[in-house]
Ligand binder design. Structure first.
Ligand code: PLP
Length: 448
């Protein structure tokens, strides 16, 4: 009698690596989402990324929609970015002195974004927002920050807040280790809710330094601003002498070459960038008009510094990436691929009988698994999920089931309902169609 073969574990090597990793790094990861905890799986280890594909330690191949959570708009290892980094590393990796690529990248940003004529480079999005808040407070000589619930601005103490209960808008720390004293100056409002913003201004207007938002919320899944929201924030800030900060770490050079501020034609006072402008290397930047930026040290009194800031390798990767995007064709290509994905997901979900709201801006897309038919009460053209509370009401267990079938089928999605998928210029129509084919079964499985 033949022994029945044990089904092969296609993640065996990743699981072995993870067992080692948890002994050496908290949760076995360098950033929490990578643990696959919210989809209840053991995470995969990647050994190679090429174009739109990832290869894991067990040699499984995936069409990748994580794309390093946004930076890789031209896919993994685009030839020109690779060449630029290789050329630079032969000339050294860091100087502790000025280098010309900083000027080139700053100039590319200034050309693309009319409201960012001057920047300071840092090493991550977190550093950008942290420094930008200091700048806003330093310039306005006010202390209060207004932040929208669900918008993620990195792990800055003052921004790790959740809304207070009841009538209070003062934030409470959302992580141990953040003192109440630090978040006491952070006011939390619901995203896409102008009345809530108007209310905090009515109460605290003269003390508010800055209103900061993701102009398109991407860190609870993709939630576009409702018509008039960003413009309304602009007007409130102007009326009360506060600054408007757009955190475009994700959306900058993603939704359009000029970012979300270009897409919606709203002027922020300060802009934070990161991700794409580093082309896959660690980078961040904050920028504004000269009058504001020249308040930063050494031009002005507001201190901020960085050993590796303006790093020539990161600058080289960023420049090469922006050069790939500059001709504008990239964005029509990304829009077409995004639209194809959106249509495909909607149809696949519908034929599986799963209630899903597919929300998309360009190449950022999230299918929200709805627990109830929230959709029907929303106005035509508005997103079904409009804020953090509505995102939290989604069916994360259904997403987890969906995720697993997609992964097994060779599609790497973010391992959380509350993340955007990213399409790159390395993806093809064939990749999208193959993804939709796998999604048909995944939606059926999600339904359980
Ligand atoms: C990713 C992200 C950040 C944080 O950037 P890190 O480089 O991870 O520190 C900040 N804001 C937004 C909108 C982001 O998407």
């Amino acid at each position: 009698m033949a022994k029945s073969a044990k089904p092969k574990n296609r993640y065996a090597k990743s699981e072995k690596l993870f067992a080692e990793a948890v002994k050496l790094m908290p949760g076995g990861v360098s950033s929490p989402v990578r643990s696959f905890k919210s989809v209840g799986m053991s995470p995969v280890f990647i050994k190679e990324g090429k174009g739109a594909r990832l290869i894991d330690a067990d040699n499984n191949s995936y069409i990748d929609y994580v794309m390093s959570y946004g930076p890789l708009i031209a896919g993994h290892c685009p030839p020109t970015v690779r060449a630029a980094v290789a050329k630079q590393i032969d000339k050294g990796s860091s100087y502790g002195c000025n280098s010309e690529p900083e000027i080139r990248l700053a100039a590319l940003i200034a050309e693309a974004m009319g409201h960012v004529p001057m920047v300071r480079f840092v090493n991550s999005g977190t550093e950008a927002t942290m420094s930008a808040v200091r700048l806003a407070r330093g310039v306005t000589k006010r202390d209060l920050i207004v932040k929208a619930a669900g918008c993620y601005h990195g792990h800055v103490d003052a921004l790790l807040v959740e809304a207070g209960s009841g009538a209070t808008t003062h934030g409470h720390p959302s992580s141990p280790g953040v003192p109440e004293a630090v978040t006491a100056n952070t006011l939390v409002v619901a995203y896409n809710n102008l009345e809530a913003a108007a209310k905090v201004f009515a109460e605290h207007g003269a003390r508010i330094a800055v209103v900061m938002v993701e102009p398109i919320c991407g860190n609870i899944g993709v939630v576009a601003p409702v018509a008039g929201y960003l413009q309304g924030l602009r007007e409130l800030c102007d009326k009360h002498g506060a600054m408007l900060l757009f955190d475009e770490v994700m959306t900058g050079f993603r939704v359009a070459y000029g970012g979300a501020q270009g897409l919606y034609s709203v002027r922020p006072d300060i802009t934070c960038l990161g991700k794409i402008i580093g082309g896959g290397l660690p980078v961040g930047a904050y920028g504004a008009k000269a009058e504001i930026m020249n308040q930063v040290s050494p031009a002005g009194p507001i201190y901020q510094a960085g050993t590796l800031s303006g790093n020539p390798l990161a600058m080289a990767a960023g420049i090469a990436t922006l050069e790939l995007l500059a001709d504008g064709n990239a964005y029509s290509q990304l829009e077409a691929l995004g639209a194809r994905m959106e249509t495909g997901l909607i149809e696949a979900a519908k034929s599986a009988g799963v209630a899903v709201a597919v929300q998309r801006v360009g190449s950022m897309i999230t299918p929200f698994f709805l627990k109830n038919e929230a959709a029907s009460k929303k106005q035509e053209g508005s997103p079904v999920v409009q804020n953090y509370a509505e995102a939290l009401a989604c069916d994360t267990a259904a997403y987890a089931r969906f995720f697993k079938v997609m992964l097994d089928g060779g599609v790497m999605l973010p391992p959380s309902q509350f993340e955007s998928w990213f399409i790159s210029t390395a993806h093809t129509e064939g990749d999208i169609d193959a993804t939709i084919d796998v999604a048909k079964g995944a939606f059926a499985a999600a339904k359980s």
